[in-house]
Design a protein around this ligand. Structure first.
Ligand SMILES: [Mg+2]
Length: 241
């Protein structure tokens, strides 16, 4: 049995929510009210992103570089990726944020070639120090507008029946996916959600905590699936068949 780990990006691999700060930086305070509408369920995640992108307009590339230079990873992240590589744990970064800053920040921290599923942000350089941003959503779900990148679907389609599925997250966009995970690492909003929904989890603060816990888990003779998660994974395929 192989352990497959799915890891949220904003607020999990990074200290802050880079996506929210990106739109606030380039789109201004109006983005807060757009996000508020999203959290109240009045607009879909895709609509939220489209409106924030319109508010952002052209992106000054120097300001983008400065913005990215200020973003910090959560302590222990490089060691976590090293540990997973050396122990054969498959890691996927799974984000309802934007791939452009995810790749840039991972690479800046020496994490080249990480597998990332996220919404796609492309920049068309106008040659005058600015770029026009465009978004698309290659991992959207036609049935549900809660997220723009459906973490549940990615998790279901990239894990096999024999895999033990682990998930590390902290926020709203992780709530759906943890229902399908055998081993959950949660903090902040996601920790409260797991408590309310009776989903067993390990709390963590840094990725050093995650590695320590994984060492304990892997020292057991046999990894165990979480019954409710296993049933939900099976049901999802039955419903869609
Ligand atoms: Mg997050």
């Amino acid at each position: 049995m192989a352990l497959k780990l799915y890891v949220d990006f904003d607020g999990t691999l990074t200290r802050e929510d880079v996506g929210n700060q990106f739109f606030r930086t380039f789109g201004g305070d109006v983005c807060d009210s757009i996000v508020q509408e999203y959290h109240e369920g009045r607009i879909s995640a895709v609509e939220c992103f489209r409106r924030e992108l319109r508010a952002a307009g052209r992106i000054p590339l120097k300001v983008l570089d400065e913005f990215l230079a200020r973003q910090e990873m959560t302590p222990g992240v490089p060691g976590f990726f090293d540990y997973c590589r050396s122990t054969g744990i498959d890691v996927t970064v799974l984000s309802d944020g934007l791939d452009l800053y995810i790749h840039r920040l991972l690479e800046r921290n020496g994490l080249h070639g990480a597998r990332v599923y996220a919404n796609r942000l492309t920049l068309s350089d106008l040659g005058d120090g600015t770029a026009v941003p465009a978004l698309d959503f290659p991992h959207g779900c036609s049935e549900c507008g809660v997220c723009a990148c459906c973490k549940r679907n990615v998790l279901l389609t990239t894990s096999g029946e024999e895999d033990i599925v682990g998930y590390i997250g902290e926020g709203f966009s992780d709530r759906c996916a943890v229902e399908y995970a055998d081993i959950v690492f949660a903090k902040d909003d996601l920790q409260r959600h797991c408590q309310e929904q009776n989903i067993s989890y390990y709390c963590y603060s840094t990725f050093d905590d995650v590695v320590s816990r994984l060492q304990l888990i892997l020292s057991r003779k046999r990894l165990r699936k979480r019954r409710r998660a296993e049933v939900k994974r099976r049901e999802a395929f039955v419903c869609e068949a």
